[in-house]
Write a protein that binds this ligand. Structure first.
Ligand SMILES: [Zn+2]
Length: 134
């Protein structure tokens, strides 16, 4: 996995726009995952901890993971290598659960018609401001 970090750091991770994102009264970010099961629709809400919420806020649709690493290292007083390893493994986890999407470098993005952030080209709703795209 570490071998891939050279590539992954140049990519932009965004929150999956198909999920329902919200902010808890405590300031932590939460996401509700809905899926159909044999017993009917199920919804599960996940609340991210301090660090998780902090990282998600840094994924603004513009910053590459390399830039996120630099901010993380500076703000949390970690060395770059350590910040890089932690971030890459965290993003990989989130991606495998469908919580974030990695945008290919230089492709497959559009700009939100309302807030102007970069979002996946297939997004129907902006994951940041919620405005429907057309
Ligand atoms: Zn937007």
């Amino acid at each position: 996995m570490v071998l891939m970090s050279g590539n992954i750091l140049d990519r932009i991770a965004v929150r999956n726009p198909d999920l329902e994102w919200s902010v808890e009264p405590t300031g932590e970010i939460s996401v509700t995952v809905r899926r159909k099961s044999l017993l009917g629709p199920r919804a599960k809400k996940y609340v991210f901890d301090d660090v998780g919420s902090y990282v998600l806020r840094l994924l603004d649709g513009r910053r590459t993971l390399r830039e996120v690493v630099q901010i993380l290292a500076f703000e949390k007083n970690m060395d770059i290598k350590q910040a890089e390893l932690s971030l890459v493994s965290y993003i990989n986890q989130l991606q495998s659960r469908g919580v974030v999407k990695l945008l290919p470098a230089g492709g497959s993005v559009k700009t939100c018609r309302d807030c102007g952030r970069e979002i996946p080209s297939e997004a129907v709703y902006c994951p940041y401001c919620g405005v429907k795209q057309s």
